[in-house]
Design a protein around this ligand. Structure first.
Ligand code: SF4
Length: 352
C-alpha cells in the first residue's frame, strides 16, 4: 500500500485525525485484504482509498504448501516483477521469510535466486504487504507471526532505506508490534549497509552469510567477496559489534567436499575467535538442491564439522530446512522471468 497516497485521500476528504489510527489498526491488527473490510471507515472513504491506495499492490499468483506445513506464495508487482514469500509454521509461532528485492544482483553460485538476475528493489509497502499476507495466513491456522527473517530474494542491505522503514513499521507498538529482536536481516556482506546498521538504534538481529573461511573459496561461491574480502568484512562486523554490543549470526551452508572439511571448520573457528570473540553464533544450514552442481554434506561430515566448532567453543546450531519439496527452503527461491520483465520495462521507457 502506498501510505502517502492513503494519507492524501484522508486529507482530500478532510477526514478527522482519528481516521489515520483506524486505518493503521485495519491494516496492522485486522490484516485487511481490501479497504472494503475496514468497517470502521465510512463507505465513501473506503471506496476512495481502494481507488487511490489499494491495500494489495502485489498480485498473488500461486500458493504451494509443503508436506511440513510451510507455505510459499508467489506474487507479482504492479510492474510485473516476481516476488516470493515463505511462511514457516512452528506450532502457534510462525515465522516468515520476506523478499527485499525481485531477483538479486549478487549471483551467489549456490543460490537459485542468484541465477535470476536482478529485477528491482521492493518498496516498503511491497515488503510490508508480504508480512500482512503471512499474518493473515497464520491467523487461519490460529497462529501469529513471531519472527521475521529478511532472507528471501535479494540483498536487504542494498535496499536498506525500504528495509529499515519496513522494520520500523513492523516494530511499531501501536501497529504490528513485532519485537525488533524478532526481526533478522541477513546479508551476503554488503559493508556500507553493515556500517549503517551499526548506527541503527533498533535492536535488529544481523546475520551474515559467510559460507567459507577463506577468500579463494568465498570469492568462488560469493562474487561479492571480490569487492569486500573477508578481512574487510570482519572489520565491519567488529565495528558493528563495538557500536551495538549485539551478537552476529554467521550463516554457513554445508556443501559436500567444498567447505565442510575439518581444516575449514578449524579456520572458521580461528576467524571467529580472532574477529568476534564471544560475539557470534554459527547457524549451520543443510544445503537444498538448486540448479547448481553442489550437493549437501552427508550427516557424518556435518557431525565432524560441528564437533570441531564445539571443541573450539564456538556456539553453533544446525538448521534443518523447511519447505524443501516446494523449493521454499534457503537458497531455493527463484522465478524465471526477471530478465524478460526488465527488457520489457526498458523497451517501454526507450524513446520511439
Ligand atoms: S544468497 Fe542472497 S545475496 Fe546471494 S544471490 Fe542468493 S539472494 Fe542474493
Amino acid at each position: 500500500m502506498d501510505l502517502d497516497a492513503a494519507l492524501a485521500v484522508l486529507a482530500d476528504h478532510k477526514a478527522p485525525a482519528y481516521r489515520v489510527e483506524q486505518m493503521r489498526q485495519a491494516i496492522t491488527r485486522e490484516y485487511i485484504a481490501s479497504w472494503d473490510e475496514a468497517l470502521t471507515l465510512p463507505k465513501d472513504l473506503r471506496a476512495a482509498l481502494e481507488e487511490a491506495a489499494p491495500v494489495r499492490e502485489l498480485r498473488e499468483d500461486d500458493l504451494q504448501q509443503s508436506q511440513d506445513g510451510t507455505i510459499k506464495a508467489r506474487f507479482t508487482t504492479h510492474d510485473g516483477y516476481p516476488v516470493e514469500t515463505v511462511l514457516m509454521r512452528h506450532g502457534d509461532r510462525h515465522a516468515v521469510c520476506l523478499s527485499s528485492q525481485s531477483g538479486c544482483a549478487l549471483a551467489c553460485t549456490f543460490c537459485a535466486t542468484g541465477t535470476m538476475g536482478f529485477g528491482r528493489s521492493l518498496t516498503t509497502g511491497e515488503i510490508f504487504e508480504q508480512l500482512i499476507w503471512a499474518a493473515r495466513t497464520a491467523r487461519q491456522h490460529g497462529a501469529r507471526i513471531r519472527n521475521v527473517v529478511m532472507m528471501g530474494m535479494g540483498e536487504p542491505l542494498q535496499n536498506l532505506d525500504s528495509v529499515l522503514h519496513f522494520c520500523h513499521l513492523a516494530n511499531d507498538p501501536g501497529g504490528f508490534g513485532l519485537g525488533a529482536r524478532s526481526i533478522a536481516i541477513s546479508t551476503a556482506g554488503w559493508i556500507p549497509g553493515i556500517d549503517r546498521l551499526a548506527k541503527e538504534p533498533m535492536q535488529l538481529r544481523l546475520a551474515i552469510s559467510l559460507h567459507a573461511p577463506d577468500d579463494v573459496l568465498r570469492s568462488r561461491l560469493m562474487p561479492i567477496n571480490r569487492r569486500y574480502p573477508i578481512a574487510e568484512l570482519m572489520a565491519s562486523l567488529q565495528r558493528y559489534r563495538k557500536a551495538t554490543k549485539r551478537r552476529v549470526y554467521v550463516e554457513y551452508l554445508l556443501l559436500n567436499e567444498v567447505n565442510d572439511r575439518v581444516e575449514q571448520a578449524e579456520r572458521l573457528a580461528d576467524l571467529l575467535h580472532s574477529s568476534l570473540p564471544g560475539g557470534s553464533h554459527v547457524n549451520l544450514i543443510w544445503y537444498n538442491p538448486t540448479t547448481s552442481d553442489m550437493t549437501a554434506s552427508p550427516p557424518e561430515r556435518v557431525n565432524r564439522f560441528r564437533a570441531v566448532l564445539d571443541k573450539r567453543h564456538i556456539p553453533q546450531s544446525l538448521r534443518r530446512s523447511k519447505g524443501v519439496d516446494i523449493d521454499a527452503a534457503c537458497g531455493q527461491l527463484a522465478v524465471r522471468g526477471v530478465g524478460e520483465v526488465r527488457q520489457a520495462a526498458r523497451a517501454q521507457t526507450r524513446p520511439a
